[in-house]
Design a protein around this ligand. Structure first.
Ligand code: CP
Length: 311
Protein backbone atom coordinates (compact mmCIF):
# COMPACT_ATOMS: atom_id res chain seq x y z
CA UNK A 1 0.00 0.00 0.00
CA UNK A 2 1.52 3.37 -0.98
CA UNK A 3 1.57 6.11 1.65
CA UNK A 4 0.66 8.95 -0.70
CA UNK A 5 -1.88 9.54 -3.47
CA UNK A 6 0.14 10.54 -6.54
CA UNK A 7 -2.39 12.58 -8.51
CA UNK A 8 -3.23 16.26 -8.16
CA UNK A 9 -6.37 16.04 -10.33
CA UNK A 10 -8.95 13.29 -10.79
CA UNK A 11 -9.82 13.49 -14.48
CA UNK A 12 -9.66 9.97 -15.93
CA UNK A 13 -9.35 6.47 -14.48
CA UNK A 14 -6.67 5.95 -17.14
CA UNK A 15 -4.41 8.11 -14.93
CA UNK A 16 -4.83 5.75 -11.94
CA UNK A 17 -2.58 2.99 -10.74
CA UNK A 18 -4.06 0.27 -8.56
CA UNK A 19 -2.34 1.80 -5.51
CA UNK A 20 -4.16 5.12 -6.06
CA UNK A 21 -7.50 3.32 -5.92
CA UNK A 22 -6.48 1.34 -2.85
CA UNK A 23 -5.30 4.53 -1.13
CA UNK A 24 -8.71 6.22 -1.55
CA UNK A 25 -10.69 3.09 -0.57
CA UNK A 26 -8.57 2.75 2.56
CA UNK A 27 -9.02 6.45 3.48
CA UNK A 28 -12.77 6.12 2.86
CA UNK A 29 -12.96 3.19 5.30
CA UNK A 30 -11.32 5.34 7.96
CA UNK A 31 -13.85 8.15 7.34
CA UNK A 32 -16.91 5.93 7.19
CA UNK A 33 -17.73 6.33 10.90
CA UNK A 34 -17.91 10.11 10.53
CA UNK A 35 -19.89 9.87 7.29
CA UNK A 36 -22.45 7.44 8.67
CA UNK A 37 -22.68 8.66 12.27
CA UNK A 38 -23.55 12.10 10.87
CA UNK A 39 -20.76 13.68 12.87
CA UNK A 40 -18.16 16.08 11.48
CA UNK A 41 -14.38 16.39 11.60
CA UNK A 42 -12.15 19.47 11.37
CA UNK A 43 -10.02 18.10 8.49
CA UNK A 44 -11.00 20.79 5.94
CA UNK A 45 -11.99 23.62 8.26
CA UNK A 46 -11.62 26.93 6.44
CA UNK A 47 -11.38 25.29 2.99
CA UNK A 48 -13.80 26.02 0.15
CA UNK A 49 -14.88 23.72 -2.68
CA UNK A 50 -16.01 25.23 -6.00
CA UNK A 51 -18.84 23.29 -7.67
CA UNK A 52 -19.28 23.93 -11.40
CA UNK A 53 -22.24 21.85 -12.57
CA UNK A 54 -23.22 22.62 -16.17
CA UNK A 55 -25.26 19.39 -16.42
CA UNK A 56 -27.95 18.15 -13.96
CA UNK A 57 -26.96 16.04 -10.97
CA UNK A 58 -28.52 14.90 -7.71
CA UNK A 59 -26.12 12.39 -6.11
CA UNK A 60 -22.75 13.66 -7.28
CA UNK A 61 -23.32 17.32 -6.43
CA UNK A 62 -25.10 16.70 -3.14
CA UNK A 63 -22.65 14.04 -1.96
CA UNK A 64 -19.70 16.35 -2.72
CA UNK A 65 -21.47 19.07 -0.71
CA UNK A 66 -22.23 16.68 2.14
CA UNK A 67 -18.65 15.39 2.14
CA UNK A 68 -17.22 18.90 2.34
CA UNK A 69 -19.60 19.81 5.17
CA UNK A 70 -18.73 16.65 7.17
CA UNK A 71 -15.09 17.78 6.99
CA UNK A 72 -16.07 21.29 8.16
CA UNK A 73 -15.34 22.87 4.79
CA UNK A 74 -17.77 24.91 2.69
CA UNK A 75 -19.03 24.92 -0.89
CA UNK A 76 -19.70 27.62 -3.47
CA UNK A 77 -20.77 27.29 -7.09
CA UNK A 78 -23.67 26.77 -9.43
CA UNK A 79 -25.89 23.82 -10.33
CA UNK A 80 -26.62 24.79 -13.94
CA UNK A 81 -25.08 27.17 -16.48
CA UNK A 82 -28.19 29.41 -16.42
CA UNK A 83 -27.36 30.53 -12.89
CA UNK A 84 -23.80 31.54 -13.81
CA UNK A 85 -22.48 34.28 -16.11
CA UNK A 86 -21.78 31.60 -18.72
CA UNK A 87 -25.40 32.31 -19.71
CA UNK A 88 -24.27 35.87 -20.58
CA UNK A 89 -21.49 34.56 -22.79
CA UNK A 90 -18.59 34.31 -20.33
CA UNK A 91 -16.15 31.57 -21.34
CA UNK A 92 -15.70 28.38 -19.31
CA UNK A 93 -12.01 29.29 -18.96
CA UNK A 94 -12.75 32.70 -17.39
CA UNK A 95 -15.43 31.17 -15.17
CA UNK A 96 -13.04 28.49 -13.90
CA UNK A 97 -10.29 31.05 -13.22
CA UNK A 98 -12.73 33.19 -11.20
CA UNK A 99 -13.93 30.28 -9.08
CA UNK A 100 -10.35 29.11 -8.62
CA UNK A 101 -9.69 32.48 -6.98
CA UNK A 102 -12.43 31.78 -4.43
CA UNK A 103 -11.76 28.10 -3.67
CA UNK A 104 -9.29 25.30 -2.85
CA UNK A 105 -10.47 22.73 -5.42
CA UNK A 106 -12.94 22.56 -8.31
CA UNK A 107 -15.53 19.89 -9.15
CA UNK A 108 -16.74 20.01 -12.76
CA UNK A 109 -19.66 18.34 -14.49
CA UNK A 110 -20.22 19.14 -18.15
CA UNK A 111 -22.02 17.55 -21.10
CA UNK A 112 -18.86 17.71 -23.22
CA UNK A 113 -16.04 15.20 -22.92
CA UNK A 114 -12.71 16.80 -22.04
CA UNK A 115 -13.94 19.93 -20.23
CA UNK A 116 -12.48 18.89 -16.84
CA UNK A 117 -9.12 18.16 -18.47
CA UNK A 118 -9.20 21.53 -20.23
CA UNK A 119 -9.87 23.31 -16.92
CA UNK A 120 -7.20 21.32 -15.08
CA UNK A 121 -4.66 22.63 -17.60
CA UNK A 122 -5.45 26.31 -16.87
CA UNK A 123 -5.93 26.41 -13.07
CA UNK A 124 -3.57 25.67 -10.17
CA UNK A 125 -6.04 24.10 -7.71
CA UNK A 126 -6.98 20.38 -7.91
CA UNK A 127 -9.75 19.59 -10.43
CA UNK A 128 -12.18 16.69 -10.09
CA UNK A 129 -14.13 15.38 -13.08
CA UNK A 130 -17.70 14.79 -11.86
CA UNK A 131 -18.80 13.40 -15.23
CA UNK A 132 -17.90 14.69 -18.70
CA UNK A 133 -20.51 13.78 -21.30
CA UNK A 134 -20.07 10.22 -22.50
CA UNK A 135 -16.46 10.25 -21.30
CA UNK A 136 -15.68 9.29 -17.72
CA UNK A 137 -16.97 9.57 -14.14
CA UNK A 138 -13.92 8.54 -12.08
CA UNK A 139 -15.24 9.37 -8.59
CA UNK A 140 -18.33 7.24 -9.30
CA UNK A 141 -15.94 4.38 -10.06
CA UNK A 142 -14.16 4.82 -6.75
CA UNK A 143 -17.43 4.55 -4.85
CA UNK A 144 -18.49 1.61 -7.05
CA UNK A 145 -15.29 -0.24 -6.15
CA UNK A 146 -15.72 0.66 -2.48
CA UNK A 147 -19.22 -0.84 -2.60
CA UNK A 148 -18.00 -4.01 -4.35
CA UNK A 149 -15.17 -4.41 -1.82
CA UNK A 150 -17.56 -3.95 1.13
CA UNK A 151 -20.40 -6.07 -0.20
CA UNK A 152 -18.60 -8.89 -2.05
CA UNK A 153 -15.28 -8.78 -0.19
CA UNK A 154 -12.95 -8.83 -3.22
CA UNK A 155 -12.25 -7.12 -6.54
CA UNK A 156 -9.57 -9.48 -7.91
CA UNK A 157 -11.38 -12.52 -9.41
CA UNK A 158 -14.63 -10.54 -9.75
CA UNK A 159 -17.24 -11.58 -12.32
CA UNK A 160 -19.39 -8.62 -13.30
CA UNK A 161 -22.00 -7.90 -15.97
CA UNK A 162 -22.26 -4.34 -17.30
CA UNK A 163 -25.76 -3.83 -18.68
CA UNK A 164 -27.55 -1.16 -20.70
CA UNK A 165 -25.96 1.88 -22.30
CA UNK A 166 -22.31 0.91 -22.62
CA UNK A 167 -21.71 3.36 -25.48
CA UNK A 168 -22.57 6.66 -23.80
CA UNK A 169 -22.38 5.41 -20.19
CA UNK A 170 -19.43 7.19 -18.60
CA UNK A 171 -19.72 5.18 -15.38
CA UNK A 172 -19.15 1.88 -17.19
CA UNK A 173 -16.23 3.29 -19.20
CA UNK A 174 -14.49 4.36 -16.00
CA UNK A 175 -15.37 1.14 -14.16
CA UNK A 176 -14.04 -1.04 -17.00
CA UNK A 177 -10.74 0.86 -17.02
CA UNK A 178 -10.44 0.52 -13.22
CA UNK A 179 -11.16 -3.23 -13.30
CA UNK A 180 -8.30 -3.50 -15.79
CA UNK A 181 -5.96 -2.72 -12.87
CA UNK A 182 -7.10 -5.81 -10.91
CA UNK A 183 -6.36 -9.51 -11.43
CA UNK A 184 -8.47 -12.17 -13.10
CA UNK A 185 -11.58 -10.02 -13.59
CA UNK A 186 -14.25 -11.17 -16.06
CA UNK A 187 -16.59 -8.58 -17.55
CA UNK A 188 -19.74 -9.57 -19.43
CA UNK A 189 -21.02 -6.81 -21.72
CA UNK A 190 -24.80 -6.82 -22.25
CA UNK A 191 -26.26 -4.05 -24.41
CA UNK A 192 -28.38 -3.40 -27.48
CA UNK A 193 -26.16 -3.46 -30.62
CA UNK A 194 -26.57 0.33 -30.93
CA UNK A 195 -25.12 0.88 -27.45
CA UNK A 196 -22.11 -1.42 -27.34
CA UNK A 197 -18.96 -0.58 -25.39
CA UNK A 198 -16.75 1.71 -27.56
CA UNK A 199 -13.93 -0.04 -29.45
CA UNK A 200 -11.45 2.35 -27.85
CA UNK A 201 -12.32 1.02 -24.36
CA UNK A 202 -12.17 -2.62 -25.56
CA UNK A 203 -8.84 -1.96 -27.23
CA UNK A 204 -7.47 -0.60 -23.94
CA UNK A 205 -8.91 -3.58 -22.01
CA UNK A 206 -7.07 -5.91 -24.41
CA UNK A 207 -3.82 -4.59 -22.90
CA UNK A 208 -4.88 -5.62 -19.36
CA UNK A 209 -5.53 -8.91 -17.54
CA UNK A 210 -9.31 -8.42 -17.81
CA UNK A 211 -11.26 -10.94 -19.86
CA UNK A 212 -14.43 -9.59 -21.46
CA UNK A 213 -17.22 -11.15 -23.47
CA UNK A 214 -20.22 -9.67 -25.26
CA UNK A 215 -23.43 -11.58 -24.47
CA UNK A 216 -26.91 -11.03 -25.85
CA UNK A 217 -28.98 -11.89 -22.77
CA UNK A 218 -28.75 -11.58 -19.01
CA UNK A 219 -30.16 -15.10 -18.54
CA UNK A 220 -27.02 -16.61 -20.12
CA UNK A 221 -24.70 -15.22 -17.43
CA UNK A 222 -26.82 -14.52 -14.36
CA UNK A 223 -25.70 -17.71 -12.57
CA UNK A 224 -22.01 -16.87 -13.09
CA UNK A 225 -21.68 -13.32 -11.78
CA UNK A 226 -21.03 -11.55 -8.48
CA UNK A 227 -22.32 -8.15 -9.63
CA UNK A 228 -25.08 -7.09 -12.01
CA UNK A 229 -24.19 -3.45 -12.82
CA UNK A 230 -27.20 -1.87 -14.51
CA UNK A 231 -27.21 1.48 -16.34
CA UNK A 232 -29.90 3.73 -17.72
CA UNK A 233 -30.49 4.19 -21.45
CA UNK A 234 -29.74 7.93 -21.53
CA UNK A 235 -32.38 9.78 -23.51
CA UNK A 236 -30.33 12.99 -23.41
CA UNK A 237 -27.44 11.43 -25.39
CA UNK A 238 -29.61 10.66 -28.47
CA UNK A 239 -29.81 13.16 -31.35
CA UNK A 240 -33.04 11.53 -32.63
CA UNK A 241 -35.71 10.66 -30.04
CA UNK A 242 -36.94 7.78 -32.27
CA UNK A 243 -33.58 6.02 -31.87
CA UNK A 244 -34.06 6.23 -28.08
CA UNK A 245 -37.65 4.98 -28.22
CA UNK A 246 -36.59 1.92 -30.27
CA UNK A 247 -34.33 0.59 -27.50
CA UNK A 248 -35.89 2.10 -24.37
CA UNK A 249 -36.71 -0.70 -21.91
CA UNK A 250 -34.41 -3.20 -23.68
CA UNK A 251 -33.25 -4.66 -20.34
CA UNK A 252 -35.40 -4.66 -17.23
CA UNK A 253 -34.29 -6.43 -14.05
CA UNK A 254 -37.01 -7.72 -11.75
CA UNK A 255 -37.19 -9.69 -8.52
CA UNK A 256 -38.28 -12.95 -10.17
CA UNK A 257 -35.18 -13.20 -12.36
CA UNK A 258 -32.92 -12.68 -9.30
CA UNK A 259 -34.49 -15.26 -6.98
CA UNK A 260 -31.96 -17.89 -5.83
CA UNK A 261 -29.01 -16.04 -7.39
CA UNK A 262 -25.83 -15.21 -5.49
CA UNK A 263 -25.16 -11.66 -6.65
CA UNK A 264 -25.72 -8.00 -5.91
CA UNK A 265 -27.42 -5.43 -8.13
CA UNK A 266 -25.70 -2.06 -8.55
CA UNK A 267 -26.71 1.05 -10.52
CA UNK A 268 -25.07 4.50 -10.53
CA UNK A 269 -28.60 5.99 -10.66
CA UNK A 270 -30.80 7.77 -11.66
CA UNK A 271 -33.03 4.80 -12.49
CA UNK A 272 -35.92 5.08 -14.93
CA UNK A 273 -37.41 1.61 -15.48
CA UNK A 274 -34.39 -0.68 -15.89
CA UNK A 275 -34.65 -2.06 -12.33
CA UNK A 276 -38.19 -2.85 -11.24
CA UNK A 277 -39.05 -1.34 -7.85
CA UNK A 278 -39.87 -4.87 -6.63
CA UNK A 279 -36.08 -5.37 -6.30
CA UNK A 280 -35.77 -2.47 -3.84
CA UNK A 281 -36.77 -4.46 -0.76
CA UNK A 282 -34.59 -7.49 -1.49
CA UNK A 283 -31.08 -8.47 -0.42
CA UNK A 284 -29.95 -7.91 -4.03
CA UNK A 285 -30.45 -4.15 -3.87
CA UNK A 286 -27.10 -2.44 -3.26
CA UNK A 287 -27.79 0.64 -5.42
CA UNK A 288 -28.98 2.77 -2.53
CA UNK A 289 -26.01 1.67 -0.37
CA UNK A 290 -23.81 2.53 -3.36
CA UNK A 291 -25.23 6.09 -3.43
CA UNK A 292 -24.66 6.44 0.35
CA UNK A 293 -21.08 5.24 -0.04
CA UNK A 294 -20.48 8.38 -2.13
CA UNK A 295 -19.99 10.33 1.10
CA UNK A 296 -17.04 8.48 2.72
CA UNK A 297 -15.41 8.05 -0.69
CA UNK A 298 -15.78 11.70 -1.72
CA UNK A 299 -14.67 12.77 1.78
CA UNK A 300 -11.50 10.73 1.20
CA UNK A 301 -10.98 12.31 -2.23
CA UNK A 302 -11.47 15.88 -0.99
CA UNK A 303 -9.34 15.42 2.10
CA UNK A 304 -6.52 13.87 0.06
CA UNK A 305 -6.47 16.35 -2.83
CA UNK A 306 -6.95 19.52 -0.77
CA UNK A 307 -4.46 18.57 1.97
CA UNK A 308 -1.87 17.35 -0.57
CA UNK A 309 -2.16 20.55 -2.63
CA UNK A 310 -2.49 23.55 -0.28
CA UNK A 311 -3.04 26.89 -1.99
N1 CP B 1 -24.50 8.71 -10.29
C1 CP B 1 -24.62 9.99 -10.68
O1 CP B 1 -23.71 10.57 -11.30
O2 CP B 1 -25.81 10.57 -10.36
P1 CP B 1 -26.17 12.11 -10.60
O3 CP B 1 -26.27 12.31 -12.09
O4 CP B 1 -27.47 12.34 -9.90
O5 CP B 1 -25.06 12.93 -10.03
Amino acid sequence: MIKIFRLKNIISVKDFEREDIEYILNEASKLENIAKSKETSEELKGKILGLMFFEPSTRTRMSFETSMKRLNGECIGFENSKSSSVSKGESIADTAKMIEGYSDALVIRHELEGVSKFISDIVEVPVINAGDGAGQHPTQTLLDLYTIKNEIGFIDDLKIALIGDLKFGRTVHSLAYALGLFNNVKIYLVSPPELEMPQEVLHDLDKTNVKYEKVDSIEKIIDDINVLYVTRIQKERFGDINDYLKIKGAYIINRKMLEGKDLIVMHPLPRIDEIDTDVDNTKYNKYFTQAENAVPVRMAILKTLIKNNPK
